[in-house]
Design a protein around this ligand. Structure first.
Ligand code: ATP
Ligand code: MG
Length: 394
């Protein structure tokens, strides 16, 4: 066994000493088998949350209604979840309340895919009643039990399947894929926030090209915010070399192809306003970039982050790759990279003119910055002052 399982072992020992069962489950066991980095280990146990609280002194109720509590030990936190059975699913979503059970088998049976339904005990033995290890070996995503039923119980599993394709490079087992195609419409029962969370994980996956192809072939895209009638957007993005792209690049490309107002589209996905602002701005620079290479002024106002984002998106569309270095050279050669680096500031302007503070300050500073960037004047206080006076800006 290796870290981070080793650090979590004392928890399992303590739960067992109190007379209950406990083992590692879920993504951590799967990723361990795959040799992938393991983020957080999940522990499943026959003890109820109330019983766990008598065993451990420091706990936090993170999802007690689903049977999960966080145990803090040696400065680290671990999620410990009571064995649960399927319970009753309503409205094709996860149930509000759950039934705690004492059987690990029942707990593994309610999990989504066989690769996620493998448990590992404290000695490193696997409890694998659904042949999850075989699925991992064959790199296949297959539901635990009937695919039809599992997707009808909880339609988020459709999205989870495709995002695992993107993260792990696995393929969908035949019946699982068929059931996804048949139940795409059930995604309408799932909240946009949960869909977006899975979609963003998908965009971060190494095998997102495969995932995009699946979004298209299964028809899932029709149930994603803003993409339902945008077949050409999904197809255009699928055809691009998206594998090396980051999440933001892909959002930008999708916006570029959609032709819809970016704020409208991004709001449908309920993305944070900061991201919406960044992407809308990037899109306007992408439109300029279609027309000409970056002017010094555009580079200055866009800033390095947006400029790189836009250039990557542009190069992906154009399939060229020589311009990124050119862009960075040009950016680095700017005498100033932001207004803050200008040797003149608002206080100087107020002192020199005796005028009151106001929007005029920003405008004057901006003009001076442009003159500096374009090499008309140097970034020297006196030189800028004389230039402003000559231009009757102050
Ligand atoms: P990740 O590496 O992204 O955390 P994960 O497999 O650990 O992947 P989580 O969302 O953390 O995924 O869920 C932990 C485990 O809980 C899963 O491995 C799976 O066994 C189970 N699970 C999560 N969501 C569902 C669901 N919608 N239906 C059934 N089981 C689920
Ligand atoms: Mg997890």
């Amino acid at each position: 066994m290796k870290e981070p399982f080793l650090s979590a072992l004392p928890l399992i020992h303590e739960i067992e000493a109190a007379g209950y069962e406990a083992c590692f489950v879920g993504g951590a066991v799967r990723d361990f088998l795959l040799g992938r980095d393991i983020h957080d280990v999940d522990i499943a146990t026959s003890a109820t949350p109330a019983e766990l609280k008598t065993i451990f002194s420091k706990t936090v109720d993170v999802g007690i209604e689903h049977g999960t509590i966080m145990v803090i030990q040696n400065g680290k936190s671990y999620e410990v979840t009571t064995y649960r059975s399927e319970g009753d699913y309503q409205d094709y979503r996860r149930p509000e309340s759950v039934t705690f059970v004492r059987s690990l088998y029942e707990d593994l049976k309610r999990r989504d895919f066989t690769m996620n339904a493998i448990a590992m005990d404290k000695e490193g033995n696997f409890i694998d009643p659904f042949a999850g290890r075989l699925a991992v070996e064959k790199k296949v995503i297959v539901t635990v039990g009937s695919a039809d039923e599992r997707f009808q119980e909880d339609a988020l599993r459709l999205m989870r399947a495709v995002r695992f394709v993107s993260q792990l490079g696995f393929h969908l087992e035949k019946q699982t894929e068929k059931a996804i195609k048949e139940h795409v419409d059930l995604l309408r029962h799932i909240s946009v926030e949960r869909i977006t969370a899975e979609f963003e994980k998908l965009l971060d996956g190494k095998y997102k090209k495969n995932a995009f192809e699946l979004l298209f072939h299964t028809g899932i895209y029709k149930r994603l915010p803003s993409l339902f009638n945008q077949e050409h957007v999904v197809q255009s993005v699928t055809k691009l070399e998206i594998s090396p792209l980051k999440e933001l690049d892909i959002w930008l490309l999708a916006l570029y192809f959609s032709g819809e107002h970016p704020v409208t589209t991004l709001k449908k996905w309920r993305l944070p306003s900061k991201k919406i602002k960044l992407l809308s701005m990037a899109l306007s620079y992408l439109m300029l970039r279609k027309d000409h290479f970056w002017s010094r002024d555009e580079l200055f106002t866009a800033g390095k982050e947006i400029a790189l984002l836009v250039e990557t998106a542009f190069l992906t569309i154009k399939r060229e790759d020589v311009q990124l270095a050119h862009l960075l050279d040009k950016y680095e050669s700017l005498p100033i990279k932001s207004l803050k680096e200008l040797t003149v500031n608002g206080n100087d302007l107020i002192r020199w003119t005796g005028k009151q503070s106001g929007p005029w300050i920003g405008k004057v500073l901006h003009e001076a910055a442009q003159a500096v960037i374009n090499g008309e004047i140097a970034n020297h206080k006196q030189e800028i002052r004389s230039w402003m006076e000559n231009c009757r800006l102050i």
